[in-house]
Design a protein. Structure first.
Length: 411
């Protein structure tokens, strides 16, 4: 084959399928002021997407919250925002601290032709998220998105894996992007992957005015936005931080991991938050924490606390239904009580999460397995610490006496 012929076929293939290009990962910075001050000056509305009306940020589309994310008609969405509030695809709300990595969304959607709106294949999306600790609260630190595109009647799937993390301080929002060639997340991170497959640009873009990064795969009906927390502001974030995933509802074909993805699924598909709570026989917040831990996502992520993997393994090994309920009910406030978390971790920012995870793991293991000596040890750890005054009463009054003496002593 001659050189000119080879170049012709290479160009044709790149137009139809696309080429993934790897470049060295570099950080980038935004410092936008966002839009109008609103809500008594406490928040700023999204510039170009929302307006302050009667002291509330109103989306121009009339859907969503104008200080965080706006949505179009026909879109459904899940959000993790502020510190952290979860909103599921069924619009159920729950506050829950999630310090480790978890599966947020797993869907299969229709792939539409960019030229004539034909249904030509499918798109697969998995989104994982993870958090960092800001004093006593947990904020979304970034996300991993695995995006794959497959034509009808084709065995090949093309796509990319994208990882983005972010922090903000002093008005500067710093992002770091890396990637992997392929949609399965296999192999080491460390490169940005720029892919264009079937005329779909799988490239992360920046909204500098609103200090967000976003991925918009239009013909798959997928849109992801992320803005990190400002470490200077704690719970009073002028620009609301978090992660949102929006889907064109009519494009969604399947919810393969609806039992463990924290975004759940729309109400008529389920399970609902209430059904998850009934599964574990606990409150919604504790049930969501269980969903994240028993989902057992890989705990490899940037600045991951070393105790995340150990905690997930400990939780997975306990399968006694009543023991799980006891552990979730009693130990949950170890992570959810900000003053206690802040004290136990030495008021550290981002780093220093391991001590609180280690305490939660010890508590969960003792309660779930009904090990009296370990239960008493956790109680004494808290009572004898300088943090005992910031603990909720349940943490300083464990009811260990009803456990038989180490009838299940194996850790």
């Amino acid at each position: 084959m001659g050189s000119s012929t080879w170049h012709f076929w290479f160009l044709a293939a790149s137009i139809i399928i696309g080429i993934g290009v790897a470049t060295e990962s570099t950080p980038y910075v935004t410092s936008g002021e966002s839009g109008q001050p609103c809500e008594g000056g406490k928040r700023r509305c999204l510039k170009g997407e929302a307006t302050c009306v009667s002291n509330k940020c109103i989306c121009h589309s009339r859907r969503g919250n104008g200080n965080f994310a706006c949505y179009q008609k026909g879109e459904i969405y899940t959000e993790i925002k502020n510190d952290p509030l979860f909103i599921t695809f069924a619009f159920e709300r729950v506050e829950v601290p999630l310090p480790c990595r978890y599966l947020l969304v797993h869907v299969i959607t229709k792939l539409w032709s960019a030229q004539d709106q034909r249904f030509i294949g499918t798109c697969s999306l998995k989104v994982y998220s993870y958090a960092y600790k800001v004093h006593g609260k947990f904020f979304a630190a970034g996300f991993d998105a695995y995006v794959g595109l497959q034509l009808n009647d084709s065995p090949e799937t093309y796509g990319v894996s994208i990882r983005v993390t972010g922090t903000a301080e002093g008005g500067l929002y710093k992002f770091e992007e890396s990637g992997k060639d392929g949609p399965d997340g296999v192999g080491p991170w460390g490169y940005q992957i720029y892919g264009n497959f079937y005329d779909q640009d799988l490239r992360l873009k920046t909204d500098e005015d609103n200090n967000r990064v976003y991925l918009n795969v239009e013909k798959c009906g997928i849109r992801i936005n992320f803005r990190p927390a400002n470490l200077d502001q704690g719970k009073d974030q002028t620009q609301v931080p978090g992660l949102s995933v929006a889907l064109v509802e009519s494009s969604v074909l399947e919810w393969p991991s609806k039992s463990f993805a924290l975004g759940l699924a729309p109400f008529l598909i389920g399970p609902t938050l209430g059904q998850v709570a009934n599964r574990y026989n606990v409150g919604p917040s504790e049930a969501f924490l269980a969903l994240a831990l028993y989902g057992a996502a890989d705990q490899e992520f940037p600045n991951a606390p070393s105790k995340c993997s150990s905690l997930v393994n400990t939780v997975k090994q306990c399968t006694d239904h009543e023991g799980i309920k006891e552990a979730l009910d009693i130990c949950g406030c170890i992570l959810s009580w900000p003053r206690f978390v802040r004290c136990w971790t030495g008021n550290s920012v981002i780093v220093g999460t391991d001590p609180i995870l280690e305490l939660y793991e010890k508590c969960f293991n003792a309660m779930c397995r009904r090990i009296r000596s370990q239960c008493l040890a956790v109680e004494q750890l808290i009572r004898n610490s300088s943090c005992s005054q910031t603990a909720m009463p349940v943490l300083t009054g464990f009811n260990c006496h009803f456990f038989a003496d180490d009838i299940n002593p194996n850790p």
